[in-house]
Design a protein around this ligand. Structure first.
Ligand SMILES: Cc1cc2nc3c(=O)[nH]c(=O)nc-3n(C[C@H](O)[C@H](O)[C@H](O)COP(=O)(O)O)c2cc1C
Length: 214
């Protein structure tokens, strides 16, 4: 067994003060995303944890890659028949979060997930390298398989079948757009007096902003 109680650090890299906060959380997300990327030290700034409520009633979290974001929300791509796809089909309430250790930041977004339009999914699928396209077709994501060999054989067969042909997006694969209803920005500060700013979407589609105690 290992005791980790001495693992601690002081967070001193940045601050989040009311005088520098935009009215819309997407703008602040955009600002933070680019600051984190430019600061360096994180390979996949767009890696995020997405949590869903499963059919068994348990929350489940896993990492996916954010592929687009705009004023409507945040988009990732996956297999619609996967665990997360089935969970979202039953309960579209999800939470996504980012931990950016280089600038000691966390963003937590609650939102409602919906499938992106076929056109949006097609555009992204078409932009992927051939190997990724075939990989998406080969994998019945989240299903039990007897061995890795099965996957590799399926891939080899598809490589032959699709040689020189257009590879179309399968219906079971595509994007989810998460429309945010609440966004919290957490900035680590010294002495555990961290900055926490929470945006909540109101009925009139305006955001209200509150500072939360760390
Ligand atoms: C860095 C990283 C990026 C990933 N990106 C994706 C992704 O964009 N889409 C996806 O479906 N799975 C992605 N995965 C795999 C998921 O974490 C997960 O294993 C998979 O989606 C199956 O999850 P589920 O069975 O809960 O549906 C990624 C994993 C890691 C570690």
């Amino acid at each position: 067994m290992e005791d980790l109680s001495n693992y601690r650090k002081s967070y001193e890299k940045s601050e989040l003060l009311e005088n520098a906060i935009p009215e819309d959380p997407i703008n602040l997300f955009h600002k933070w995303f680019h600051e984190v990327k430019d600061f360096g030290g994180i390979d996949e700034v767009n890696a995020m944890t997405v949590s869903t409520i499963g059919l068994d009633g348990f929350p489940k979290s896993r990492v996916v890659l954010l592929k687009q974001y705009n004023e409507n929300g945040f988009i990732f791509y996956t297999n619609y028949n996967s665990d997360k796809g089935r969970a979202i089909a039953t309960n579209s309430n999800v939470c996504i979060s980012f931990f950016w250790h280089n600038l000691e930041r966390q963003v937590i977004i609650k939102g409602i997930a919906e499938k992106t339009t076929p056109q949006v999914s097609d555009n992204y699928f078409d932009s992927r390298p051939t190997g990724s396209k075939l990989g998406a077709i080969v994998s019945n994501q989240s299903e039990i398989i007897v061995s890795r060999v099965v996957l590799e054989q399926r891939l080899q067969q598809l490589e032959i079948d699709f040689q020189g042909k257009d590879i179309k997006r399968p219906d079971f694969w595509g994007g989810f757009l998460i429309r945010p209803i609440e966004v919290e920005f957490w900035q680590g500060r010294p002495n555990r007096l961290h900055d926490r700013i929470r945006y909540q979407l109101q009925k009139d589609q305006n955001w209200i902003l509150n500072r939360l105690s760390p």
